[in-house]
Design a protein around this ligand. Structure first.
Ligand SMILES: Cc1cc2nc3c(=O)[nH]c(=O)nc-3n(C[C@H](O)[C@H](O)[C@H](O)COP(=O)(O)OP(=O)(O)OC[C@H]3O[C@@H](n4cnc5c(N)ncnc54)[C@H](O)[C@@H]3O)c2cc1C
Length: 370
């Protein structure tokens, strides 16, 4: 097969791409192209899933398998945000249920297996591809295979890199320079704490939660150009600074040290109005469309939800029917507005640090524009 034809080509086999592939594959010919050759085995950050995801997992026909997986129910949240006094929030008060702390590897595997099982074709190791359009639609050429794949629809699900949208000339209306430094700390037998702990300080904010794998994640979010970042890449300094927060020192104790990883983590928003300018038949979903700040704990839910919205647009006749794209855009713009409003109110919270640059810029609603 030298010029295979598909109904949709999805670039990126993360949560968003796999969720869309799973929805489409029973009645459409779907190709997923993933740049990584071996899908990660290392623990990955991003482990909190809100209870509202239940209905989306149900629609995907994956809820039962998910519930029998290694994830655990979320416990209470406790934070020192507005003041030094901890504020507790009971998990059972969440309207859609407490949600889960994920075994992220198992969650990603569930979605990927679900897509393939539904009939989507997955190619990994696609590090180079040439993407063009002509009168018949999209052409994605894979030089290492010497094959050109054709489809009327191409979906960017490449995550926060949004590499494909960028290549097609779309820009971001916001790109916040937040970076996450994190360690996955070894298990301690006496660590039975189920809470999600969040603390603000003068340079950024921390969170820590115990993972189902008996490890604990410790993460700090600060500006990418903050000189403190360099210091905190040293594991001793990282844990020492965390221990200044009583909420964290209670659960950290004398932990073994673990490497400190860096991951870009700030809000990044694609220009939704201009989606059509990338050419007919282009959609973006998940982080490639809108990357949410980890403070929202909404990235995975949003990845599943945008896949559902893209599926709806395709079922409603996208790309031939312009109304289907307009409805998708209108919905995503509303999500973007709600998110930005919530984001600004969250960062305006720690008034005790309102003079510190990290908080001052964000409290004014300045998600930086690139
Ligand atoms: C520090 C941090 C903490 C977070 N915590 C949470 C949390 O607690 N809860 C939550 O809900 N969310 C959290 N998130 C966000 C969450 O991880 C993301 O929103 C989610 O993974 C987005 O899914 P996605 O499928 O859009 O992107 P990804 O999961 O990033 O998947 C994108 C896929 O595309 C592939 N790819 C990239 N470029 C290309 C290319 N050019 N061609 C082909 N394939 C490509 C990648 O290899 C990857 O497999 C966190 C994020 C960060 C950074």
């Amino acid at each position: 097969m030298h010029n295979p034809r598909w109904d949709a080509i999805i670039l990126g086999a993360g949560v968003a791409g796999c969720a869309l592939a799973r929805r489409l594959a029973p009645v459409h010919r779907v190709l997923m192209l993933e740049q990584r050759s071996r899908l990660a085995k290392a623990p990955r950050i991003g482990e909190s899933l809100p209870g509202a995801a239940r209905v989306l997992l149900q629609e995907l026909g994956l809820l039962e398998r998910f519930l029998s997986g290694p994830h655990r129910e979320r416990g209470p949240a406790v934070s020192t945000w507005d003041s030094d006094t901890p504020v507790w929030q009971d998990a059972i008060t969440a309207p859609s249920g407490p949600g889960w702390v994920l075994d992220r590897q198992a969650f990603d595997d569930l979605l990927r297996d679900g897509a393939v099982e539904a009939g989507a074709e997955l190619r990994t190791g696609c590090r180079r591809m040439d993407i063009t359009t002509d009168a018949s639609g999209w052409r994605v050429h894979l030089p290492f295979e010497g094959v050109t794949h054709h489809a009327p629809i191409v979906v960017d699900a490449t995550g926060r890199s949004g590499g494909i949208a960028h290549r097609l000339g779309l820009t971001r209306v916001a790109d916040d320079p937040l970076v996450c430094l994190y360690s996955i700390l070894p298990a301690r037998p006496d660590d039975h704490d189920a809470s999600l702990r969040t603390c603000a300080d003068d340079h950024g904010w921390w969170y820590s939660v115990k993972l189902p794998s008996e490890k604990r994640v410790l993460a700090y979010h600060l500006d990418i150009n903050d000189p403190l970042r360099r210091e905190l890449n040293v594991p001793e300094a990282f844990q020492q600074r965390a221990r200044r927060q009583p909420l964290l020192s209670q659960v950290l104790g004398e932990r073994e040290l673990a490497p400190v990883h860096n991951h870009p983590a700030g809000t990044a928003l694609l220009e939704i109005d201009n989606l059509a300018s990338a050419d007919k038949g282009f959609l973006a979903i998940g982080d490639a469309l809108m990357t949410f700040d980890p403070i929202s704990s909404q990235g995975l839910f949003h990845a599943l939800a945008t896949a559902a919205s893209a599926h709806k647009a395709i079922c409603n006749g996208f790309p031939e029917n312009n109304d289907a794209l307009r409805a998708f855009q209108t919905e995503m713009q509303a999500v973007q507005r709600r998110y930005l409003d919530h984001w600004q109110r969250t960062y305006a919270g720690p008034r005790r640090f309102s003079q510190c640059p990290f908080w001052a810029t964000r409290a004014q609603g300045d998600v930086q524009t690139v």
